[in-house]
Design a protein around this ligand. Structure first.
Ligand code: AP5
Ligand code: ZN
Length: 216
């Protein structure tokens, strides 16, 4: 099953991908996570990406397309994959079509997780991430039971630099101008499935699961 999880910053792509990737036993490929890992390890890619990411700007297409091509060519995508955070521009969507063609695969669906702006701001500003395992929490909606530590691994929780107020505002603008047009691209290919992302986490998962039944 080849799926794109689409939606604005804070829609819940990462949260949902975690459950779905376990359930379907296919890798969760988050370009945001891969970039943050590169920043943490001080790689060339990480150095180039950091300034864009901290401001909430998109990292240049060429870097992302090279990254995703290398990732999709690995053997663990044989049974499928869940893409989270890619594609985010029309050139990225077109490049993905070319890459998939080369590896003889095609997308089954693009799940658009729909959430309004006020709710996105609430989610992003309250989000906390585990330093060790990357698990995502929310101060109000999805709190850690062990307070400032991760329930899964005991790691310390922190706030992403791009979850500060100014960067959140910019990310939402960038989404509107550069990423939203990708929805029409996939509508044109008859791949788009809209899901109400404002419901409880488990209810959103159920809605996505129901939409994906026919591809299993
Ligand atoms: P990336 O990491 O992809 O960030 P994003 O798209 O802004 O998405 P988020 O991770 O912020 O949100 P999410 O939808 O995963 O929400 P989550 O599940 O965490 O990208 C970061 C940066 O990297 C970009 O700005 C860019 O610079 C660069 N980049 C990445 N990909 C790129 C690309 N393709 N091209 C160019 N640049 C790229 O949920 C959010 C919060 O809400 C959490 O606290 C969660 O607990 C809570 N929550 C989730 N669901 C619910 C619910 N149903 N109810 C209540 N709370 C909920
Ligand atoms: Zn953890």
């Amino acid at each position: 099953m080849q799926i794109v999880l689409f939606g604005p910053p804070g829609a819940g792509k990462g949260t949902q991908a975690k459950f779905l990737s376990e359930e379907y036993n296919i890798p969760h490929i988050s370009t945001g996570d891969i970039l943050r890992e590169n920043v943490k390890n001080g790689t060339e890619l990480g150095k180039k990406a950091k300034t864009y990411m901290d401001k909430g700007e998109l990292v240049p297409d060429k870097l992302l397309i090279d990254l995703i091509k290398e990732r999709l060519e690995r053997p663990d995508t044989r049974k499928g994959f869940l893409l989270d955070g890619f594609p985010r521009t029309i050139p990225q969507a077109k490049a993905l079509d070319v890459i998939l063609d080369e590896i003889n695969k095609k997308l089954d669906a693009v799940i658009n997780i729909d959430v309004g702006t006020n709710e996105l701001v609430r989610r992003l500003s309250g989000r906390r991430i585990c330093k060790k395992c990357g698990a995502s929490y929310h101060l109000m909606f999805n709190p850690s039971k062990t307070k400032d530590l991760c329930d899964l691994c005991g790691g310390e929780l922190y706030q992403r630099d791009d979850d500060k107020e100014a960067a959140i505002k910019n990310r939402l603008e960038v989404y509107k101008n550069q990423t939203e047009p990708v929805l029409d691209y996939y509508k044109g290919q008859d791949l788009l499935i809209d899901v109400d992302g404002e419901k409880e986490i488990e209810d959103v998962t159920s809605e996505i699961r129901a939409a994906l039944v026919k591809f299993q």
